[in-house]
Ligand binder design. Sequence first.
Ligand code: AHR
Length: 637
Amino acid sequence: MFQCFKLPSLVVIAVLSAASMAQSPKATLRIQVDKPLHSVSPRLYGLMTEEINYSYDGGLYGEMVRNRTFEDHGWAGVAHWNSVHLGNAQANMTVDTAEGPSEALPRSLRVDITQADTEDQAGVRNDGFWGMAVHPDTIYKGSFYAKAGSADVGPMRVSLVNDTSGATVATSTSDGLTTEWKHYEFTLHTGDVQASADNHLQLTLGHQGKVWLSLVSLFPPTYRNRDNGNRIDLMEKLAAMHPKFLRLPGGNYLEGNTVEERFDWKATIGPLVDRPTHRGPWGYQSSDGMGLLEFLEWTEDLKIEPVLAVYAGYSLKGAHVPPGPGLRPYVDDALDEIEFLTGDAATTRWGAIRAKLGHPATFPLSYVEIGNEDSFDLSGSYEGRYQQFYKVIKARYPKLQLIATEPLKQMKPDVVDDHYYKRADEFFGFVKHYDDADRNGPKIFVGEWATREGSPTTNLGAALGDAAWMTSLERNSDLIVMASYAPLFVNVNPGAMQWESDLVGYDALNSYGSPSYYAQAVFAEYLGTEVPASSLIAVPDRFFYSVTCDPKKGVVYLKLVNANSRSQQLEIDLSGAGKSAGSATLVTLRGANPAETNTIAAPARVVPVQTRLEGIGPSFSHTVPAYAIEVLEIPIR
Ligand code: AHR
């Protein structure tokens, strides 16, 4: 019979945990390390993403220029752009809908300069996404498309300028503009400046004349130096979550408010100038700089698998495409999309296109989700739509697991995606939900879940709800193949948030993880491959645990969640094991009360603290502090 570990009969007491004054009566946790119940899903924890709360534009996607193709309008005309006239220079700007650099981008910003000279230049400025973050001694890469009314307007001066001092932080000059649309690239190198988000980008000319601008872009250094890439700090935060997959591209963002506003993946690949951009369902235009290939490169950079959600003929305002011939083009789009990820570069059409776009290698793909939250489709068409996608996709890709977004009556889907947004108390009462679920039914993907307490990011109380829920995900990880929290990101600037209670917050300059973020990071980092039998006797209310073990590494991972105001003493019995290494790693995430949280100004109030527990044996006492999430990594030799 399988035996996870061996412990000696040595009994040592570990007392490193700080007990608070008030304690609940002692409980006994028995872990039968020699009795594995089932394996842990190798993909249990992952990420869910969509364009919400300025997650990509103004978030992960490194672009610093806001409204770079001029679709957004503010009270005073084109949003986030203003004219600049230094000294006595004069300029006006307006959106020209008849002049653009490409078919996809038929509009531009027309700038009429009536007075300017080399010293007193005129042009336009962009405010960025609540500012532009500038760091000392850093190279920023930029570009723009421009066309001049006459050949004598000269070169464009491009500068990063501090908002409050007006000082130029970095500057560069382009080649002279021509009367044809042309792409110009530039770099801006900052010197010994103070890091700040109070900066804007300025484009000016030293000559009177007309100029049209489009796709003005500026990027900081990006994660793994990718062109058109992602913010380094946010990617590092995601990597630290130890995810195994990325569910993309939504969420509601997949569906769009209307069929036309769905995530039309073919319009998001290729050169940026050929991407028309689109209106997202969360109230703002998406630049689509984060297109399908960029999503996939994001998974590649984190060494994780995409879970690809394909548009399935239902959009948020209720439009649906009934199953049948009318749905076939959307099924074909999904087939093409799967081929774009997995098709051989030499022998398939979309594989060749992927290669032409710079990525000859295929991407791994095991799961494809058909739609999103189709229980909202009151026409009842989902059953038929899923079946149509299923039949065609399975015929070509029999190994793919196809996820349904609601349980079906007429067939058993491979996997069903369940979503849960709850308060902490609700999650505490919900943790047994899957314990008795049918093991012969479809597998479960908990594709969106979150304890919704705290705003813009969640607090410790929410992290306790999350951790309680994650103990049930682990306990039921024979049934639950994957789980991902949502939403992942929020820009914390006023007006940026559409959905309260998010995982990771940021502004242009800084970012931080919520207590929920840290709870997930430690749960995913310390996860075994098997769930052994266990029982908790004299279990108090609001106390949760999960145990996994990794026989290859010789480790037991014990997660303890105390959502009580009293500390909890535990007698832990690692029965059936052999020999202990005598000490364990203890990671504690705790606070004085559930309202404690992290913010952009105080990002590290509730963070995990790692210590060592000495003298671990086959049975030992341990006290879990009040309002605490703990992970014990217990090596067993
Ligand atoms: O996570 C926010 C939204 O919640 C998602 O877009 C949608 O799928 C769900 O209703």
